[in-house]
Design a protein around this ligand. Structure first.
Ligand code: ZN
Length: 70
């Protein structure tokens, strides 16, 4: 299935951006703690329109919105 326009746009946003209207949360937030830094969280989402999956991460070494190719 084609990736919808909202998901294409989402993949370019910062980690502060909210998920677009058709994204629903999948599973629980994952919290990664580290002794050296503040740690980070990850949350999975799936799009109701095109079924694309995203992982939102606050890890500065990661892309904020990772789009998983289906
Ligand atoms: Zn979508």
């Amino acid at each position: 299935m084609e990736i919808c326009d909202q998901c294409k746009e989402q993949s370019t946003k910062s980690y502060r951006a909210k998920p677009h209207d058709s994204l629903r949360q999948v599973d629980d937030v994952r919290i990664f703690k580290s002794l050296k830094s503040k740690g980070y969280i990850e949350q999975d989402y799936q799009c109701n329109t095109c079924n694309s999956k995203f992982t939102q991460s606050t890890n500065k070494n990661d892309l904020p919105w990772v789009l998983w190719e289906m």
